[in-house]
Each structure stands twice: as C-alpha cells, then as structure tokens.
Design a protein around this ligand. Structure first.
Ligand code: 1S3
Length: 618
C-alpha cells in the first residue's frame, strides 16, 4: 500500500471535494460511488482531499504516511509551518481510498488577510452573510499551499492531476495558475450558484438565461463572493467540465467559459444485485404495506394488492425539484381515477427535509397500536397452537375443537382493548410530522382537498424528513424504500443532473424525470426507447407549465392502468440499461478530462489566460 507514497515518478490524481467524509448532498454520492472505478485506474496513486470536521469525520481512519514518501514529506513540512493536516483512509467505502483532510482552524488567523487579498483582486463589494465563504477561502488556501509544497518537495513528479469539484474547493485555483505550478488541473461544477438562485426565483429562467448580468444578479442575491470564486476557478482550470449540457449553458453565461466537456454522473452497480431485484421489491413492499396499514386502516381500509406506491424525494426546492407540477398532476389523476371508477389506490410519498418539531403523536400512536395488534395475534396463535396440539395428542376426538375456548381470558381482553384503541373516526393524516411551519406542499394539499378522504383514489403521505434506517415509521434505508415502491417521480425544473431517478433505475423501479434535468436530457439523447424501459421524460423545455402537468398526469394514469405483469417486464428491461449508467462506463469522461488537462499542461498555452486577466471578469 505504501508504494504510491514512496514512488515520486508515479502518476497521481488528487481529487478535491468538500464532501469527502462529509455528506451534504449529491456530490457526496458522485465522489463516493466512483471510488472503485477511480481506484481501478489510478490504484494507490489516487488521493482524496477535503476539509476536516472532527464531529463528521466518523468514517475517517487516521494513519500517518511514511516520512520519506512524497506525500509524507509534504505533510511533515507543512505541519512544521503550523498547519494541521490529517492523513488516513476513508473507511466503509469500497476501495478504502487514501484521504488527506485539512483543519480549517489552523489558518483562521490569516482569514482577514485572505479576504482583503480576494476583495482587492476581484472588486468584491460585499462578502454576504454565509459563513461558508470564510471556510471556503481557508480551504482553498490550504489546498494550494499543499500542492505548491508537494511539487517543490517532488519536482520530478510531472504527471500530477488535481481535480477540484464545485466552488467550495476552487478558491486556491487562480493562485496555482498564477504561480505556474507544474500540475494539470480540472474544475468540475455540479451546478452554478446563480443558476440555483435564479431558477427558483425567475419564472422565465431558461429563456432569460443569456440576458442576466452575473455581477448584478450575484450582488442582488448577496452571493457575489461565491460566484466570483466559482467563476475564477472555472477560468483558471486547465480543463473545465460540468455534469450536463443544460448546466453548460449556465457556465457559459454565468462563469464566462465554455466547458471543455461534459462529465455525466455514473452509478455504482453492486448495490442491488440484479437477479434479486424482484424479490427485494416484494420484501420491502411488505414493510411499506405495514406502514400503510398502520397509517390508513384505523380510519378505512383498501386492497393492498391493488395499491401502487409512487414517491418523490429531494431537497425542499418546491419549484426546482418539480413538487409543484407533481402535486397538480396528482390532483388531476385523483379526478381521472374516480371518473374511471378504478378500484386501484395510489399512495404518493413525498420525502424531503423540512424543519420539523417531531413525528406527529397520533401517527406514531397508530403505528404502535398496529404493532400491539400484531403481537396479540402472534400470542393467540402460539397459545391456540400449543393447546390444539395437546388436545390432539391427549384426546380421541376427530372433530376440530372450538378454538375460541383455547384463547385465555387475558388474551381475549387484550385483543378487544387493542381493537378498540385501533379504530379512529379521523381522516388519515397526510402529514407524518409536526412541521415548524406550514409550507407550499401543505398549502396545496389543503387548498385542493388532497387530504386522504376515503373516496380519494390518490392518497398523500408527506414525510418531511429524509428516510434513514433509524426512521420510526418505515424501518427501511432509503435504497430499500425506493426498491419497495412502484414509480419514482422527479419532473424537476432545475436539476443539473439528478441522482434520484438514476437511483430508481438501479433499484429496478420505473421513474419519471424531465428534460430540464441533466439525467433526463442525457436519456433523451442516448436512449431511443427509454419509455419502454420505464424511464419517462416530461417535456418541461418546450411546452407550457399546464401542458407539462397534463403530460405527467397522463404518464401516471397510463402507469396505473397497466397490468402488474407489464410493469414487471418494464423492470426487467431496465436491468439491461444499468451498465450504460455505471461508473465503469461513465469514468471515460473523467479520463478524457484528465488527459486534456495533462496535454494542456505540457504543450498548449493556457486557453483561459486572457479571460482570467480580462477586465470584465474583475
Ligand atoms: C448537485 O447536487 P444538488 O442536488 O444540489 O450535484 C449532484 C451531483 O452531481 C447533481 O445530481 C444535482 O442535480 C445537483 O443539485
């Protein structure tokens, strides 16, 4: 394992991300899931770098690298200069890669100097209120100090690639460029900061894209420093990439550089063994059935064999993640199913993360009463079974005895008591938690009466917390929950890539995406018969909002009308598309990015030199 660190001529890839051993969102999934594939290519020449947060570094195993190795020597030198650097491995991820984490506190005293330097250079009016900016400036400085030192300690290493992900890692890139350090650099953005803000707030975001003035808009939203860091990182990198064609348009207008190539996201395939998918679906669906019984059946019941589980999941960005169009389509679907007098029930789970006080007490209560009912049944079963057995062994009666007489008085009482506390006169709650404050989802459901009336064919379960295995209501991990559902719905308006529909594909679950998401766009370009394979793409690009709602309703309605058999064969056909999305396949885009960066370092004058110095940038 130590060969990398003792061999200074070996090719090295330093991959820098804010989300190493530090889960925040989708980038963590990218970084983590591609490790095995990256290690296949780079072996022990693959080193990850991130910020160190003591309370979050649970998956980090510290271990010092040998003092005579290139990395070891660099770390020792920097530690001598007073910097705190943690070397080790990322545990619990396949491949257990090497990781270097930088403690931001060790450079905090230099922060005001870093800010002044940054402000003067880029004419920043206001640093805004986000404390992340300070951390990002400190982190960028530590990374550039490390790289500069590494190259001075090991001047003969001439095949070093440093790959930066997202603006949080990029504040040191312009300095590395200015110092002409002999490395190849790549910067990948997974979204643009301005894109996120503008898409959420500007109704005609895509049509107005070219007209926005990046400086003016970033000042308007108080994110000038963030946007400049992102812009300068994009312009200083040897190779600049983004994750989808759609985001590349934002890069051109907001970051002032055309991406050299698109590096789409892949998936790790081992997670769900393909041959087991159908069995896993049945296994996890039972857990969801149990939740449904606990939640709805105290008020009324319906046939679980004719119940279809839809779900959506994502950060609470009501419009960006397409929650608005999903709810409108559900409301229309409800009307259509009632008109068609269908005997099927659709339960829609809306999973997101909002501020909550706790799980709703009555929701918890009906689930515990359900458990109590189950326990009582098991006790009766045991008691009757054992007494029946005795009666067979000891008696000479051929006829079945009266089984009621085998149930003890205690269990009879317990049964009646539990059944009485089980029944409820109330409608089943559409919200599982007590929210800190009502939001657009609750508003919409109340306004349109999508409130789990008995006659409704579409029921809603709004779960404003992400699903984890410790969750008291489902007792499933997120991936298991996905696997137990029938259809994932993600018709996003702003989604640079979008892992959620891809996660459905991995779990063999049909999914809806949109052509404004990177994944959906990729699918429309690369897979002709995606509908037949259970990947439905809502057109949000060239039709009106209302038309998109109608299209989504139609997709849902057709799905509900299909027989179970045809939905199953859709699942099977999905198995064949998985390899297409795997990192084994998608890594080639990263390989190309690294090759371009290495070539540019050696032969080609830096393409962005003028842009970095151009007056419009500053
Ligand atoms: C970003 O995370 P997000 O959910 O904030 O990066 C993800 C990984 O590349 C991407 O899938 C997502 O669309 C972006 O938005």
């Amino acid at each position: 394992m130590t060969s990398l660190i003792t061999n200074s001529k070996k090719k090295l890839l330093f991959e820098v991300s804010w989300e190493i051993c530090n889960q925040i969102g989708g980038i963590h999934t990218v970084i983590r899931s591609k490790i095995p594939s990256m290690m296949d290519k780079w072996g022990d020449g693959y080193i990850m770098m991130g910020p160190y947060f003591a309370q979050k570094a649970v998956e980090f195993e510290p271990i010092d690298y040998p003092n005579d190795s290139p990395v070891g020597k660099t770390v020792e030198k920097l530690r001598g200069m007073g910097l705190t650097i943690h070397c080790g491995y990322w545990l619990l991820v396949t491949g257990k890669p090497r990781v270097i984490l930088f403690d931001l506190n060790c450079i905090w005293s230099k922060l005001s100097h870093l800010k002044t330097e940054f402000q003067e250079q880029y004419r920043v009016q206001d640093f805004g209120t986000d404390p992340l900016v300070n951390q990002v400036l400190a982190f960028g400085e530590l990374i550039q100090l490390f790289i500069v030192e590494f190259m001075s300690v090991n001047p003969i290493s001439n095949e070093v690639v440093v790959h930066f992900h997202e603006w949080m890692t990029g504040s040191g890139l312009p300095k590395l460029f200015a110092k002409k350090v002999n490395i190849a650099t790549v910067f990948t953005t997974h979204a643009t900061i301005l894109g996120r803000y503008l898409a959420q707030n500007e109704p005609d975001f895509y049509t107005k894209l070219e007209k926005f003035d990046w400086r003016q808009e970033s000042r308007r939203y108080g994110i000038e420093a963030q946007v400049i860091i992102e812009r300068m990182a994009a312009q200083s990198a040897g190779t600049f990439t983004t994750i989808s064609e759609i985001t590349s348009q934002e890069c051109i207008h907001f970051l002032g550089r055309v991406p050299d190539l698109i590096t789409p996201n892949g998936i790790k395939l081992e997670k769900f063994p393909l041959f087991k998918l159908e069995n896993l679906h049945l296994q996890y669906r039972k857990h969801i059935h149990k939740f449904i019984m606990g939640h709805f059946f105290p008020s009324y019941s319906f046939d679980l064999n004719k119940t279809i589980y839809f779900f959506t999941s994502g950060r609470f960005e009501y419009k960006n993640k397409g929650f608005d169009i999903t709810l409108e389509a559900l409301s229309l679907l409800n009307t259509k199913m009632k008109q068609a007098r269908m005997d099927t029930t659709v339960v829609m789970f809306i999973i997101t993360n909002q501020k909550v006080r706790s799980v709703n007490a009555s929701v918890i209560n009906s689930h515990s009463v359900l458990n109590e009912l189950e326990e009582t049944c098991k006790s009766i079963q045991r008691e009757v079974g054992s007494k029946l057995f005795k009666s067979f062994v000891t008696g000479d009666q051929i006829q079945l005895p009266n089984l009621n007489s085998f149930v003890s008085e205690y269990l009879q009482h317990r049964r009646v008591r539990t059944i009485l506390s089980w029944r409820s006169e109330n409608q089943p709650a559409f919200l599982t938690h007590d929210l800190a404050q009502e939001d657009e989802i609750t508003d919409y459901c109340r306004q349109t009466n999508l409130l789990n009336n008995q006659k409704d064919k579409v029921k809603v379960v709004y779960h404003p917390e992400f699903i984890t295995s410790s969750n008291p209501l489902f007792g499933l991990e997120y991936g298991q929950f996905v696997c137990g559902c029938h259809l994932g719905i993600f018709p996003s308006f702003y989604e640079p890539w979008g892992y959620t529909p891809q996660e459905c594909v991995v779990a063999g679950v049909p999914t809806v995406t949109s052509n404004l998401s990177g994944f959906g766009h990729y699918v429309t370009q690369n897979m002709k018969n995606h509908d037949d394979r259970g990947i439905y793409v809502v057109n949000r690009k060239s039709q009106t909002y209302t038309e998109s709602v109608e299209q989504l309703t139609d997709i849902m309605f057709r799905f509900v009308k299909k027989t179970r058999r045809s939905n199953e064969s859709e699942r099977n056909r999905m198995e064949n598309v998985l390899e297409k999305f795997s990192w084994n396949n998608m890594r080639t885009h990263y390989d190309t990015a690294h090759e371009i960066a290495l070539k540019r370092k050696k032969n080609i004058p830096h393409p962005t030199a003028s842009a970095v110095e151009a007056s419009d940038v500053y």
